[in-house]
Design a protein around this ligand. Sequence first.
Ligand code: KG4
Ligand code: ZN
Length: 335
Amino acid sequence: SDFPRILALESSCDDTGAAVLAGGRLLSNVVATQKVHEQYGGVVPELASRAHQQHLLPVVTAALRDAGLTKNDLDVVAVTQGPGLLGSLLVGGMFAKTLALALGKPIIMVNHMRAHILAHFLGRPVPTFPFLCLTVSGGHTQLVVVRSALDMEVIGQTIDDAAGEAFDKTAKLLGLPYPGGPHLDRLAQQGDPRRFAFPVGAMAGYDFSFSGLKTAVLYFLKKETAKNPDFVAENLADLCAGIQHTIITTLLRQLRRAVAATGLTQVALAGGVAANSGLRTAVHAEAAAQGWQVFIPALAFCTDNAAMVAQAAHFQFLAGDFATQLASPDPRLKL
Ligand code: KG4
Ligand code: ZN
């Protein structure tokens, strides 16, 4: 059966997404990425809201067309409630509420961080509950025990910068374009990760800290470029490899601890940083050594997208978890 037919919207940061999921099957998934932020070296919230307003209708129209449906075929409209940028969430939230009201259909409000995790159910193989998920994106770094689609617990998180932020901010120090994560990843593949050592943020338990790395890289580069102005250019690949190695070491150390403490050996990665080739290799190597089973969604389901929002909404629909027209965005929504 293709029931329920869900249209889901995602507008929490700088990607505008719409997707249609029918009877648990993904029929379409459209994302418009905002280019406007590149020239500023980071997401500018006001410009993000404006771009969502321009992109939403074309993206929704494309998602319905790709799915071969019209708006009247929909059973429910789902949208990201938070966490994220308030202005961006408001644009998607208002669009969803208005559409649902016009169609006389219910609304489902989705937690963006839960959606990142539930993206694993869009493809194969699917982890079985309970499992451990490391969510690593530009805005978040969380270790989560996932007991069911509706029951999750954060056991560790970053106390300062997110893993993606650590990639982007250090990449910026190296003069790479924004967002720097993918560039740093590509360059690191040609570099020697042992040549430059940076401190691993030492945190008790399962928490993370990445702001020290950014500061360490900043002062190291200042010192070296004072002696040799071409230092960065001459050592770019090795610098990238060293930084990436430090971030991965930090992530893996806490992941290892969490596996040991919970006994959960199904390890899932989620979020944009799950695209990092070094992290994938390291987690797969660790899995082979420790007997873990690793799950990494397809890249399109790792970065921000509406398909994962639709998947989360599917589980909420089955549980009868609907919102009302009174629902509003929550930029700091907790998992
Ligand atoms: O999940 P996502 O698309 O958006 C957020 O919700 O934040 O994650 C974006 C983050 C950015 O920081 C980006 O630099 C990082 O993911 N990223 C990567 C790679 N691809 C994306 N970081 C390291 N290596 C990559 N290959
Ligand atoms: Zn995200």
